[in-house]
Design a protein around this ligand. Structure first.
Ligand SMILES: Cc1cc2nc3c(=O)[nH]c(=O)nc-3n(C[C@H](O)[C@H](O)[C@H](O)COP(=O)(O)OP(=O)(O)OC[C@H]3O[C@@H](n4cnc5c(N)ncnc54)[C@H](O)[C@@H]3O)c2cc1C
Ligand SMILES: NC(=O)c1ccc[n+]([C@@H]2O[C@H](COP(=O)([O-])OP(=O)(O)OC[C@H]3O[C@@H](n4cnc5c(N)ncnc54)[C@H](OP(=O)(O)O)[C@@H]3O)[C@@H](O)[C@H]2O)c1
Ligand SMILES: Cc1cc2nc3c(=O)[nH]c(=O)nc-3n(C[C@H](O)[C@H](O)[C@H](O)COP(=O)(O)O)c2cc1C
Length: 592
């Protein structure tokens, strides 16, 4: 008998909209919930929409706000841009590039793009078809199109904001008309995003063929005002448990962390991440002050507020990851850093291995306290895949955290958030980052294949726990990779229990350092390629989680190989097969 689809999975709302709704009704009792459901149905019938629209939207004045996102930032920026444009009386339509038929752009006259870069200078997962089409030879001219681009990225990657730049170059080459210059944003994107939004909305208002007048968005405001805990206003979650899950002798320190979400109003689904707003380790702040010969008590100004330098370095500024602007500033005093900036692979290597402390210790500068804080990026939250099912663990969220703490270049290094989470602080500020790109199938009978290396196993703990909790009967196959069997088999006892009670129908492991040659998850996939293809033909959903730089690409190639070999397909057809899996949301990745 087919299981009844679980309505908590794959909800029609996505991202923050779902989170807003959940937060808004978190404290409602049964009667209030019933009344609200009728009220919302009434709004739906009356045609109420989240983005306020002017009464008559002339076609030529209509703007489409496209976004290409993987971790939600571009969507959030696009949503707030759309709301702002709507309030200014500009007719807008929000469009996720993953859901968009690429050719349809040929008919659009006004477009705003908010585009993130992921992987190694690549498009966000699921948006490849759009970029392939418009970067391809068959792309038509776009002379009718007026556009502007906000590119989101991270300047600690060599290919900073690559996708925004590539799109901009291509649209220009196809004859489109850039109305406001592209803005490239680093991780602290809020301020430049707001000023870009002002410019594009002003442009739309000034150039509207039909004069526009501002409209109000009362119901949207009503929901927003009830939204309690977000990345701007995180919830102080109590740390209930911090337990090492790597054994003695392990080359890494991975923790299972349990956090209380009690009375927060925060809810989540398996596949979501938890955002942590960290504070930097005090020992690192001290080391940095020493390296720069600065006094932590010195007063500095950060975003208009005056505070002590040590406080700014603890809570406001990024002092672990090196950004490109910081490296450029230091390189202005050290010629030997110039070749690093000029060479993509040396730059990538530098960003991978060197932290801020290495930069200042090995390439000293004589900066004042204020010069230092002005040169550092704002400290940004870190995301962690949630490792628990909310239904099996009400009011809790569990994480699997690899501690960043290592010795290199003759000094100690710490990661900001992983150290904060494991420092015994008692509480950490958290928010939920919804991830609708990584969801269990709606039908509990559907088989799933979960491929994860290292901490990439975290969301699978949530998936399996959730399916078990709901009595879902679909087959569950886990392929897990880590360094050593004896010390790094994360959640070994739980998996063995699930194997025994039949929840986990199949399990394969790849321990890379237990033998001379490396064995990784993709080797197991290749060995089990026939089964993988059979499962795909049975409608299985495939998930990949963990390292983005190497593992995700290798697993992708193994998947293509399995389809080619056992489906008897050419490499082109196998690629189409896998693209179709993606489009059907049967191949989902959460990689970092
Ligand atoms: C969607 C998503 C989900 C994630 N889920 C998880 C998860 O479930 N579990 C998890 O542990 N992480 C997860 N991460 C990664 C996590 O967000 C952090 O990036 C990670 O914990 C490091 O953060 P940190 O603040 O401790 O270190 P940072 O302060 O960010 O320092 C990291 C920097 O240190 C350097 N570095 C780190 N390790 C080494 C090393 N061994 N040798 C040399 N240099 C090094 C690198 O320069 C690196 O950029 C996820 C990321 C994303 C985007
Ligand atoms: N220098 C750094 O910045 C640094 C260092 C460590 C981790 N990280 C990142 O931190 C995140 C979490 O790391 P983690 O500790 O959970 O796990 P991880 O470092 O990704 O390692 C997990 C397992 O994956 C293996 N692996 C390495 N290359 C692989 C590949 N191409 N395909 C498949 N498996 C591969 C590792 O083997 P081997 O290690 O034996 O090769 C190990 O057995 C990842 O994004 C990782 O890239 C960064
Ligand atoms: C795995 C991973 C890879 C990334 N690669 C790049 C990159 O190559 N270039 C870049 O500028 N930013 C890169 N970024 C940073 C993102 O573009 C940045 O976090 C952005 O704000 C994400 O936007 P989104 O939340 O809309 O996906 C990467 C981020 C992650 C997690």
């Amino acid at each position: 008998m087919a299981a009844v689809p679980n309505p908590r999975i794959e909800p029609p709302l996505n991202g923050d909209s779902l989170q807003m709704l959940r937060s808004a009704v978190a404290d409602f009792d049964y009667e209030q919930l019933l009344w609200s459901s009728g009220y919302l149905a009434g709004l739906a019938k009356a045609g109420a929409v989240a983005v306020p629209q002017p009464a008559a939207a002339a076609g030529a004045d209509r703007w489409v706000v496209f976004y290409a996102t993987e971790t939600g930032n571009s969507r959030r920026v696009a949503e707030s841009l759309a709301a702002r444009a709507g309030e200014a009386g500009v007719a807008v339509e929000l469009q996720d590039l993953r859901e968009y038929r690429p050719k349809a752009l040929a008919k659009v006259t006004n477009a705003l793009f908010v585009v993130a870069t992921h992987g190694i200078g690549e498009a966000p997962d699921g948006t490849e078809a759009f970029f392939e089409f418009w970067l391809g030879e068959r792309a038509p001219r776009l002379e009718q199109l007026s556009y502007s681009i906000l590119a989101l990225g991270d300047s600690s990657y060599a290919d900073f904001c690559a996708m925004g730049q590539i799109l901009d170059d291509r649209l220009r080459a196809l004859g489109a008309n850039p109305v406001v210059d592209r803005v490239d944003c680093d991780l602290d994107y809020e301020t430049p995003a707001k000023s870009w939004a002002s410019s594009v909305v002003d442009h739309a208002v000034e150039n509207a063929a039909t004069p526009v007048s501002a409209v109000r968005a009362p119901h949207l405001r009503a929901v927003e005002s009830r939204l309690i805990h977000t990345r701007e206003n995180p919830f102080p979650a109590e740390i209930l448990l911090d337990q090492p899950i790597t054994g003695r002798g392990s080359s890494k320190d991975v923790r299972h962390i349990e956090l209380s979400l009690e009375s927060s109003g925060l809810t989540y689904l398996p596949g979501d991440s938890l955002g942590i707003v960290p504070q930097n380790p005090p020992q690192l702040v001290e080391a940095l002050l020493d390296a720069l010969a600065l006094d932590g008590a010195d007063e500095v100004t950060v975003e208009g507020k005056s505070l002590a330098l040590s406080a700014a370095l603890t809570a406001n500024k990024e002092i672990t990851i090196v950004s490109r602007p910081l490296l450029e500033k230091v390189a202005a005093h050290h010629d030997d850093l110039q070749p690093v900036l000029a060479d993509r692979s040396r730059l990538t290597e530098f960003f991978h291995t060197r932290q801020v402390i290495d930069l200042f210790a090995d390439w000293p500068v004589a900066w004042s306290a204020q010069e230092l804080v002005d040169s550092l990026r704002r400290l940004t939250p870190r995301l962690y895949s949630i490792a628990s099912s909310p239904d099996a663990n009400p009011d809790e969220a569990h994480l699997t955290v690899a501690l960043v703490n290592y010795e290199q270049f003759g000094r100690s290094h710490w990661g900001s958030a992983s150290t904060f989470l494991t420092s015994g602080s008692g509480e950490v500020p958290v928010f939920i980052e919804p991830n609708d790109r990584f969801r269990l199938p709606a039908d509990g009978d559907t088989p799933i294949v979960m491929i994860g290396a290292g901490t990439g196993v975290a969301p699978y703990r949530a998936f399996v726990e959730h399916r078990r909790e709901h009595g879902h009967k679909g087959d569950n196959w886990l392929i897990f990779g880590e360094r050593n069997f004896a010390s790094d088999f994360l959640y070994q006892l739980e998996w063995l229990r699930y194997r025994k009670d039949g929840t986990l129908t199949h399990m394969d492991v790849a321990f890379s350092r237990d033998q001379q040659e490396k064995i990784y998850v993709q080797h197991r996939l290749r060995e089990k390629a026939r089964r993988l293809y059979e499962w795909l033909e049975r409608g299985a959903h495939v998930y990949v989680c963990g390292d983005a730089e190497r593992m995700a690409g290798d697993v992708h190639r193994a998947l293509l190989g399995a389809v080619e070999e056992h489906g008897g397909l050419s490499s082109e057809r196998a690629a189409e097969y896998v693209n179709e899996l993606k489009a059907a949301r049967r191949y989902q990745r959460d990689v970092y």
